[in-house]
Write a protein that binds this ligand. Structure first.
Ligand code: FAD
Length: 432
């Protein structure tokens, strides 16, 4: 199909055959073949690009950083609206810690720019992840137990709606859409810029431990019990490399949101009691070093990975047994991320990310489409204990994850919102 674009988009459209296409067609996990990628620089260009989608009737994908684990920020034969031409990061009011960040910025750049002002925002664990995809869904980052999800720091959003309306949303101006944007934003609008209230932090303490763990020692139960009562300054993840059933090597990364070494050591110490420690390091570092600009790279479908996740209320004996079973599956990587702390300060109905009480997120990943069945079969016994999930850590982004990610009351509100702002289903995403 010949795609005709309005004069406003002259020079902004990349088609198959053009030299830039190779670097713009795909996402982090999937290689795609869109009919056109429209690289926009302003909300008006987003509106013009949406008119092309309306006129052609082709499927739409919206992309900010392209780190989607489902690959849904590109498509085959459709149109991609790419927001990488909107990368600005500005401190707009230092006293109020208000920062305006455009959707196409990467979190590494955000951390670096904010650090120049003594500020930070908890985002995720990777500097190349885009602002748009993470800040419309959640944001489970290195400071999450201290400062909450990334969406919890959002104060306003500049958006383009499905009908081309350009507007700004906040708690007063369309609070319902502002509610939905924080958890299910990708299915409701295109955000061009976010206004966040940043936090004052520059340096953090980071510990890395490699520990032999076994279910006989109840290591995961002990980890969970400690993290549920530990100081909020502590956020930690555990990646399990399975050995024989019931034993594993755990790689722990623990971040203390503060720069007082004796206190950080005290908070880290119980993590070293989870099993024999093979290796450990601890150091103070700038927060920006945790999500470095050095992570930046083009996304060309280089990681053929498939991911599932779920939240558990607590890691009890049964969950621990099932996590060890999962970790014992050859080729499967398991990660446990501590939740809790400031996540629970926000009411369940305050944002479309409703899961506020669980203690951990468990993530399973495999490489290669041929291993997805193994992943699903292996995670099934554990999945019976899942009480929620994070849409951004799922390879399909389909109804199954929507069921788990959005409780019935949230789904009803989202369905009403969708009907109001995008009745023709222009914006793709998990079905709500
Ligand atoms: C290596 C890696 C590490 C990660 N680590 C973390 C982590 O620590 N914590 C965490 O919370 N997440 C993490 N994620 C998941 C991450 O939050 C999602 O992949 C997120 O979608 C990436 O943002 P993006 O802008 O790069 O996404 P894109 O691939 O550009 O977009 C993904 C989807 O988000 C929506 N979207 C994108 N931009 C916009 C916009 N401007 N307006 C409206 N909707 C939009 C669209 O539906 C799109 O399909 C990680 C992912 C990867 C690959």
């Amino acid at each position: 199909m010949k795609i005709t674009v309005p004069p406003a988009l002259a020079g902004r459209v990349v088609r198959p055959g053009s030299p830039e296409y190779r670097l713009l067609r795909s996402t982090y996990t999937r290689v795609h073949s869109p009919a056109a990628v429209i690289v926009v620089r302003t909300p008006e260009e987003v509106r013009a690009a949406l008119s092309v989608v309306h006129d052609t009737g082709l499927p739409l994908a919206v992309r900010s950083g392209g780190h989607s684990l489902s690959g849904r920020s590109s498509n085959d034969g459709g149109i991609v609206i790419d927001l990488s031409g909107l990368p600005r990061v500005d401190v707009v009011d230092r006293a109020a810690r208000l920062v305006r960040i455009e959707a196409g910025a990467r979190w590494g750049r955000v951390a670096r720019t904010l650090a120049e002002h003594g500020l930070a925002l908890s985002s995720g664990d990777h500097g190349n992840v885009g602002v748009g995809g993470l800040a419309t869904a959640g944001g489970i980052g290195w400071l999450v137990r201290k400062f909450g999800l990334t969406i919890d720091r959002l104060r306003a959003a500049e958006v383009v709606l499905a009908d081309g309306t350009i507007t700004t949303l906040d708690a007063e101006r369309d609070p319902e859409l502002f509610w939905g944007l924080r958890g299910a934003g990708g299915t409701l609008a295109i955000v061009t810029a976010f206004v966040f209230e940043a936090v004052e932090i520059t340096r953090v303490a980071v510990a890395q431990l490699q520990i032999e763990v076994s279910d006989a020692r109840s290591s995961l139960v002990a980890w969970d019990e400690y993290l549920r009562t530990a100081s909020r300054e502590l956020t930690a993840t555990m990646t399990l490399f399975g050995g024989r059933r019931g034993t594993a090597i755990a790689q722990l990364t623990a971040v203390y949101a503060g720069d007082d070494p004796p206190t950080a050591s005290r908070v880290f110490r119980p993590l070293g009691d989870l099993g024999p420690v093979r290796d450990s390091t601890a150091q103070l570092m700038p927060y920006r070093a945790l999500v470095p600009v050095a992570h930046e790279h083009p996304n060309v479908g280089q990681q053929d990975s498939f991911v599932r996740n779920g939240f558990v209320d607590k890691l009890d004996d049964e969950v621990e047994r099932r996590v060890f079973g999962l970790a014992a599956t050859p080729g499967l990587l398991v990660q446990i991320r501590a939740l809790g702390g400031a996540i629970g300060d926000v009411d369940e109905d305050a944002t479309a990310f409703a899961h506020r009480h669980q203690s951990a997120m468990i993530v399973g990943a495999v490489w290669g489409a041929g291993n997805v069945v193994t992943l699903d079969e292996s995670i099934a016994p554990l999945a019976r204990r899942f009480t929620g999930a994070y849409v951004n850590f799922d390879a399909d982004g389909d109804r199954a994850i929507a069921d788990l990610a959005f409780p019935p009351a949230t789904r009803r509100r989202l369905a009403d919102l969708k009907q109001r702002v995008d009745p023709h289903g222009l914006f793709p995403g998990y079905s709500v």
